[in-house]
Ligand binder design. Sequence first.
Ligand code: PLP
Length: 372
Amino acid sequence: MTTNSPVLPLVDLKLQYKNLKSEIDAAIHRVLENTTFILGPEVEHFERRFAAFCEVEHCIGVANGTDATAMALQAVGVVAGDEVITVPNTFIATVEGITEIGAIPVFVDVLDTTMLMDPTKLESAITPKTKAILPVHLYGQVADMDLILDIAKKHGLKVVEDACQAHGAQYKGRKAGSFGDAATFSFYPGKNLGAYGDAGAVVTKHDYVAKIVRKKRNHGRATKYTHDFEGRNSRMDGIQGAVLCVKLQYLETWNKNRGLIAKRYNAGFEKLGIRTLAVDADCESANHLYVIRVDNRDKLLEHLIGIGIEAGIHYPVPLHLQKAYSHLNLGAGSFPVAEKIATEIISLPIFPELTETDIDRVIGAVSHFFKI
Ligand SMILES: *Cc1c(COP(=O)(O)O)cnc(C)c1O
């Protein structure tokens, strides 16, 4: 019955390349001809344009989103032993950015509706060692920044946004990445704005943050052989800068398409009585992932993959229950909302080129599975 259907991927980067091939190839060739392989004019060009896109003064291109988080936290003053508050239902990179600089992750639970940081849980997690709050703009939404910034201000804390899934998302009419003292982006190929390899960025409105990250990413260099402090090697490649410049021109159109796709999915699933993501009215999601919540999730995942629909789970194990963080001694029951969500969520294919036929095929397959 479904054997003739081609495999529907979670994200289709081949199709995207096919549509942009001549522009992308030309951009990459320019870098090859100029041999500007690390940083250079293509990266600077991208930095200026992405800062403007995010409505902030500065963008610093780095090697990946994990490094971006570590360097942004350092730049706002987080040092070894400081506590940084974040959420357990995120990709491990969020917390690696904290621990990489010797800081200590402290988790708070999330809201059952949006699955984002629950601001009402923040104050009881603050201790004299807390230095920063790191909300995660999961699935393309934006966390409740007004409440988070109020609490940060009251307690003298810095805020760094993990916007690695939220390129172009908005909250109360402003772009994700423009709210905190700094924000971090990943351009991992599958993100809404993806490079052709690893890449990332820190964006910030503060001159002092930009100055520190610019040096940090490049061995603490003041000039070629003078170093004001030890940095690291975390520079964006010229080829990635060139590719990202091409793709940035399409990001708003792509996000608009993602919005239409999410709308069609929502209408279909609501008719079936299936729980969709309750995006807050203040937030315009970038729809990085399309997530529904169901009973019998593991069986549904197996079924969809069996018929060639590449669904996924983001993320199946909350970080506090990962072996990697067993030393934090946070057992099952520590963050009940995040733990329950992890058993219900399933991510369905979403990418700007997804057709109405594809969407209806996915809705039909879920409907068939539940015999609705
Ligand atoms: C992708 C991602 C990151 C960082 O990823 P890199 O692979 O290091 O670029 C961080 N946080 C979240 C939530 C992400 O999805």
